[in-house]
Design a protein around this ligand. Structure first.
Ligand code: SD4
Length: 347
């Protein structure tokens, strides 16, 4: 009797998986990205192709101004891009951070994976690599990014990511020096990313054969801290870091994160969510548990995670903070037939 019961359960799970795969899930209501990834799957392309196509759609459309060129200028006014892609069959990862002058970051990340044995290329090295691989070099600045930058300068460089420097970064522009008397600013009350100063496309695609791929693409945190010429570097967030921005494992599923990368990357929430699903925890609860870990230390952090397993189940979670009580994400499966907007209440 017991064995029959177990058999019936596993049969119904595999029938559910059959009916609900393939699956595309991505952060935020970036519907065109979902549709593009879904179409790629319908054309018989791989899950990696679908992730690349979906994220590239957002890069072209400059989703919310926070993916792709012309958004989130750093302290010098320049837009730089972070992206990663992960193959859950082989556990290969390709990533770029602080990519300059090249718009199609997710495809450069894929080129890192497919044309080098490295995982992450950063800054000028990433841009030169991209150009050598045939990507077009162009200015990522737009009138929009110029005006965001001008407005920031006009309001004494607020918001600002510096701390323990003088002059006081909460009221003054730089250049900054370390404070002689270091007063630890409370990170909770210091400027953090919020729903208006962030966004990332994070996407997980699971094929009918249960192959999993995941990826992210972002222009990072608005007004992030750069280096200065001749050393061109900039703050790198969670998005291009495997296990932080996203993670894929074809024996389990995938996850992707969005939000305050500086805080979130300290906890590898995408990796943790996949590991929790590996232990049999459902996707929504795995997402929630990954965020709960962060919340213990940073109750006021802004962030959300999407999760999906190879049974075709999915879910999401977000941390409730003022101005962020609900998180929107997109899903496409044979059951939804079209990209479907889903919302989850933050906890
Ligand atoms: C980062 N997590 O660079 C990224 C940006 C973001 O929603 O806002 N994601 O911190």
């Amino acid at each position: 009797m017991h064995y029959l019961h177990v058999f019936a359960l596993s049969l119904s799970a595999s029938l559910f998986a059959e009916a609900s795969l393939p699956l595309v899930i991505n952060t935020w209501p970036f519907q065109d990205a979902t549709a593009a990834a879904w179409s790629a799957l319908q054309r018989g392309e791989s899950v990696l192709d679908a992730v690349e196509t979906g994220c590239a759609t957002c890069e072209r459309e400059q989703c919310d101004g926070s993916v792709g060129y012309g958004g989130s200028p750093d302290e010098t006014g320049e837009t730089t891009l972070d992206a990663m892609i992960m193959n859950g069959d082989s556990m290969e990862v390709g990533a770029v951070a602080d990519l300059r002058r090249v718009k199609n970051a997710i495809s450069v990340a894929r080129a890192v994976m497919e044309h080098t044995t490295h995982t992450l290329l950063v800054g000028e090295m990433a841009s030169v690599f991209a150009q050598n691989m045939g990507f077009k070099a162009e200015d990522l600045t737009t009138n929009t990014s110029k005006s965001i930058f001008a407005k920031w300068l006009g309001q004494n460089c607020q918001p600002n990511f510096r701390k323990n420097v003088s002059p006081d970064p909460r009221t003054s522009c730089g250049p900054y020096k370390p404070s002689v008397e270091v007063k630890r600013m409370d990170e909770q009350n210091h400027t953090r990313l919020d729903v208006h100063s962030h966004d990332t496309i994070g996407m997980v695609v699971i094929g009918r054969n249960r192959s999993v791929a995941a990826g992210t693409s972002t222009n990072g945190a608005r007004h992030k801290v750069p280096g200065y010429k001749p050393i061109l570097t900039v703050r790198v967030g969670d998005s291009p870091i495997a296990g932080a921005g996203s993670y894929a494992d074809s024996t389990v599923g995938g996850a992707a994160a969005t939000g305050d990368g500086d805080v979130m990357m300290r906890f590898l929430p995408s990796f943790l969510a996949v590991e929790l699903m590996r232990r049999g925890i459902d996707p929504a609860s795995a997402c929630k548990a990954a965020l709960t870990r962060i919340k213990t230390y940073y109750p006021g952090f802004f962030g959300a995670v999407i999760c999906a397993n190879i049974q075709g189940e999915y879910g999401a979670a977000c941390n409730r903070v003022p101005g962020f009580s609900q998180f929107s994400y997109m899903v496409s499966t044979p059951l939804t037939n079209n990209p479907l907007l889903k919302k989850v209440d933050c906890f």
